[in-house]
Design a protein around this ligand. Sequence first.
Ligand SMILES: *Cc1c(COP(=O)(O)O)cnc(C)c1O
Length: 384
Amino acid sequence: MRWFYRCPTCGAEYEMEPDRYLCSSCAPKTLPDRPLEGVLECAWAGVWEGDSRSVPLPVEPEWFPPVPVGDTPLWAPERLRADTGFKGLWIKDDTCQPTGSFKDRASFLVAAYARKKGIREIALASTGNAASSMAGIGAAAGLKITVFLPKAAPVAKRIQVLQYGAELKTVDGTYDKAFDESLAYTKATGTLSRNTAYNPLTIEGKKTVSFEILSDLAARGAPAPDHVFVPVGDGVILAGVYKGFEDLVRLGRLSKVPVVWACQAKGSSAIARALSAGGFGDPEPSATIADSISVDVPRNGTLALAKLTKYGGRAVVVTDEEILSAQRTLASGTGLFAEPSSSAAAAGFLKVKGELDPSSTVVLLVTGSGLKDVKSAAHGLGIS
Ligand SMILES: *Cc1c(COP(=O)(O)O)cnc(C)c1O
């Protein structure tokens, strides 16, 4: 089996090398204020020999950091099932990841790759969770982590970064500025970038969730998912979820890719707008309480839009009020306290459930712990 990178836009293939991030022919076509062009995907040729639960990954398990990422619980929210009438409703709970968010799936694979290649330092820009995740997984792996974080990031995520012993560079500006500063740093120092979408392993690492969803459902005697609700900012989780389902179809374990719902906040809905307009327009400044999905220009917008279009994915836009209300519904109705961004997936489901067959199998992807941003939750409760 041979692993390589492929450009989903032009089909160009590249060796997997630490300094290879984007497609050389498509990346220069990136326009100002538009998503990255030439985001690469991991691809493999040959036959995957693993068993029926295994996930084909481009880094061998011997390099995995010693920290239990993935295999998060998939469980049945009985009371929410009763309240909504959806007997096949499931929660995939990634608040249980070591650092409290889904981002650990990407950090894990990037850290494994760094170890394999003998790279000692990883740098990244983040709105919060990618930073706290890379810091934590990097600590387990014994890597130096340098983080570029906008000043406005929630305090818990900043404290996590420091607690895990990473180097924190606070950026007086937006995530976009942090992104540029981190790239200048990785270029100058020769460190590995874990910038989301930019490093193809961030998408590949996230695909593991789809493998788990399928095998967890099968273990419970439930059918494959019909609908998966995913909170979307940059669109990397979305692309990872699709990549996993594509692999599963290729491996013959799944007959078709489910309907994936891209759940976005009204104040940060570039991908939803692009899906209805058929392309990306001028960015609108993002403004939402859901900080982890708050982006002006979604870095992985181009690939996310291509996947949604190819597989008949849908978008649903929810207001901050709907997000905070879904956050309370989820917490008080299931026992799961999720951060606002991941509550957007629940909000999306609650908003469109009338359009769905109540007998269908529905998975809500819950991506981050509510304890990461108690200020927003307090706001939702009306006590701040
Ligand atoms: C990063 C993040 C998202 C959004 O992921 P994208 O890849 O940016 O779309 C959703 N929820 C949580 C908790 C996150 O940290």
